[in-house]
Structures are given as structure tokens and as C-alpha cells.
Design a protein around this ligand. Sequence first.
Ligand code: N01
Length: 546
Amino acid sequence: MSESKARKRAPIKGEIDAVVIGAGFGGMYMLHKLRELGVSVQGFEAGDNVGGTWYWNRYPGARCDVPSLFYSYTWSEELQSEWRWSEKYAAQPEILRYANHVADRFDLRPLIAFETRVLSAHFDERSDRWRITTDRGDVLDCRWLVTATGCLSTPRAPAIPGVETFEGATYHTGAWPHEGVDFSGKRVAVIGTGSSGIQSIPQIARQAEHVTVFQRTPNFSIPARNTPLTEEDIETFRQNYPAYIAMVKGPGMGFTGGLEVPIPDEEAQRKRYDELWAIGGAGFLAAWGNLLTDINVNDRAASYVREKIADAVKDPKTAKALQPFDHPLGTKRICVDIDYFETYNRPNVALVNLRETPIEAITPTGVRTREETYEVDAIVFATGFDAMTGALLSIDIKGLGGVDLKDAWAEGPKAYLGLGVAGFPNMFLITGPGSPSVLSNMINSIEQHVEWVTDCVAYMREHHFSRIAVDSAAQEAWVEHVRRVADKTLFPRAASWYMGANIPGKPRVFMPYIGRGYRKKCEDVAAAGYEGFVLAKEPADADAAA
Ligand code: N01
């Protein structure tokens, strides 16, 4: 959206209690809760509507990999009972409709300035307030800054030589044109085979004249077995809802990794995999509690999936190239697909294995590998995101002493509980690095963080605190704990975006928190008067808190 097309409005200036950046599921709920608390709040959103990740990722086949009944807010019974999902895994348009419904139902739009990017956030230690500026000329001073900028919201296109010379159309799955794309009669290159590529390739192949998939690393994918939801499905879910809520609010946030469980013999294992394969979806990873911690257990499950790929793909060379080999199952985000591997049996789809023949350049008319040039009309980059930190670090955020967040995170992101950062008082991250975030059901994690932040703001108001600052020793201890817990799993063995490995030069740190008991830890911290944070009544000696 160019600035000239953006809706005109006067710049917003002055003082307010809180600013929330982002109007996805995190930002929307945060706005609702703060307003409910009686806090004056302004939201800023780069898009021209709500929905966050579901606003931007409109590529064909975009669909949630968490069952829709679970990918729903739980904080409003009315909302829960009046919204009806149509499919087991909702497609992007339906999730976006849900986000819009929430915005209307709870009258959130008046709180949000759309088509507005926050440029800077600078902390003023004399007033304990943040000064926020935007690309629309807004200048707002606020006590609390909440970043709800999303974990996967900064699309990344690789710097392939010659990309700027390409004369056809280029698209990124994470910034898809709103009007959609008609690939009929077109020769299309898709670069990237993560979740976005795996979801979009079957859909593009149905429409385009020809699709060439450029794959650097094959990924594990489990069939979704998507179906329409029946009245019976919904009734069963309603009946089990209290148990579901108890599980969500339980200490483990539903994550069951790391358990030592006895593994039965080969035949019984196979039976279990057959059952889970027939059910479909990411639940395959829950086959055994130690699937993500014990390489022997993982190897067997991975072999099973590789066999399934070989069964699905007719051409043996293509099947071989599609079998993941360089990471344990589930240590890169597991993909959930509809007809992905079967799509390679179509006569109009070809796979180029970049491990054998890397891309050398993009030419004005196609993609050139070491061995061949592929003439195409369009290129789809399904090349992922600068995950977890990209959106935050694209904002000029300066905390105590004018320290830049980019410098504070030069060795990788450091945050206490994924909620706050030492040296950046009164700033809260929704699902920040060091919290379960992308390893959990995002909606549940968002709700937990929003509610924790709301309670914290209420506490500060009640006790007349003007500053809450993360204690750097508590932060160091938490970061170390996050690392140690991750090291007990197989996750660090994969060059994944969880590790920052997809971005050249990004420090390799396992960013999400994979341990159990996270919710309880956050509750205990709050109950102990915000242990690990330093609260101050007056704008004061900042160093005491940093
Ligand atoms: O991105 P990715 P994504 N030349 O980073 C390849 C969520 N999501 O957008 O592995 C050639 O996973 C790269 O290859 P390699 C979900 O959490 C959710 O697909 O680096 N290839 C890889 O194949 C997911 O994990 C849903 O060797 C290049 C691909 O691009 C996350 O978003 C749906 C390349 C990037 O895969 C990210 O998924 C979609 C190059 N220079 C996404 N550079 C749901 O279902 C990169 N690649 C909810």
C-alpha cells in the first residue's frame, strides 16, 4: 500500500497510557484488555486491517496447522459459542473473517491507527515514558509499550544474484497480493519448501501451466486429513471444553515433550504411527513423549515418514530428493499438507534439487542453476521470515541510556520470560523470544501473555509504580535456563528458523522456550511481587534496574 493510497488522517500527538504495536490476535486482545482496565490505549498497525499473520499470508493454500476449534480465543464465552468454524483446519480467509468478527464484536477498530508503521520507540528515563513515532507523523508519549508484532511477520527473500533483473512477476508468500494471483497459463517457479511452499505448491500446480519447485532442503510433512466440521464434532468439542481449558491453563501449556516413556516393540510402534498418520496433522509428534529428545525414537518415526513419501511419489529420483535427511523429525517446524507429495506425480510439476544443482542466478526470464536455465513467467518466494526478532529489530527501539535493542540483542535475543528485556523498562513483548510462543498454540500463548501484562499494569497502577524493569541477573538466568532446556532436546540439531539459522549472520540461539511449567513460572513471578523485575515509584536511577 503506497502512502498516497493510505487513508488520510491527522497525526496523533500527545500523551496516552499505553501503545500497542500490531493488530493481529495478540494486539487485538491486548487493546481489549487494556481498555477494559480503564487504560487509555492506542494501537498501530501496518496493514489496512486486523489479522496480523492472517492478513499478510494470503497465498493459495494458506491454512492453519492447528485445528480451528483450538485456534480460537478462549476469553469470551459469547465469542466461543457464536463463532462456527467450517473445517478441521481453517483456511486463511476464514481465520481472517474471524479476526474481523472479533474486531467488530468488541469494537476494537476505533483503538487502531491502520496503515501506520511505528518507526521509533525511545524511553525517557526522567519521565519513565516511551516516546513513539510513526511514518504518519504521530508522536505519542506513553507509560507502557506493548509489542505484539508477531513471530513470523518479517518476510525474507534471499539475495539471489540477478533477482532485480527478472522481468516477470515475483511474489512472497508472506506478503501476498490482496487481489490474489491468477497463474492460469503461466510457468511458475516456487523457491522454498517450508510450510508456505508445501501448502501453496499443490494449489499453484492446479492452476498453472507448469510449476518448477526449487528445493534446497526437503522437509517432513504430515497429511492434514482436513474435513468439514460436523455438528457432532462441534458438540463433542463443547462437551470437552472444560477439560480443554483446564489443560490450556495447566502448567505445561499442553506441551508434553521430554517425558521418559517406555517405547514398545517395532510392531507396536508402527501401529501407533499408522494410527496417527491416518488421523493426520502435527499430533504425529506426540506419538511418544520422548520423540523430540531421544534420537533413536526419533529416527524410527522419521524413517516411517520417509517411507510414506516414497510410497506417495511415483518417480523414485524425485521421491528420494523429497525425503528429509539432515534434521530429526519435528526439529524444524513440522509441516501439515494437503496432497503435497502427490503433487509431484502431476505431469506439470518438476522438482529441482538445489543440493545437486544450486541456483546461480535469476535472469530476466527465469532461474539459472549450475546445470540449466528454467524459463518462467513468475517466481514465488516461499523463503520464510526473519523469525521472532525481525519485526522488533526493524523498529528503532532505544531503552535506558539510549541503548539500542539491536545492540542489546547482538549475540541473540535476551528476554526475561520472553515478556520483558533488561534495559527496556515498561516494554512488554507478546510471545517474545524465551517464551513458548511458536512451539505452542499461539492463540493460547498470546492470551496468557496478554493477561499477565494486564495484571502487571493493574498492579503498577494500584501501587503507583511508574517503572517496571527487568533485573539483568534474572534475565541472564532465564536465558541460560532456556538454552539448557533446549539442549536437552533434539531441536538444536536442526538449522531451523527457531535457531535463527535461516538468516545469514543471525546469531544461532534457540529462541522459543520448550520447557514445562512456563505458565506457573509466570504466575509465581507475579505472585511474588514481580520477582526478577525492579519496580520503582519515581523516575529514578535507571542503573539500579538495568
Ligand atoms: O518458511 P521456512 P515458511 N535458495 O523458513 C528455502 C509458519 N507457517 O514461510 O531449509 C533456495 O520454513 C528454505 O530452504 P533451507 C510455520 O511456523 C505456518 O515456509 O533454508 N531456497 C526453506 O525450504 C513455518 O515453519 C503455517 O535450505 C531457499 C524455505 O525457503 C514458518 O511459518 C503456514 C533460500 C523457507 O522455509 C515459516 O514457514 C506457513 C535460497 N536462497 C507458515 N532461502 C501454518 O500452517 C530460503 N530457502 C500455520
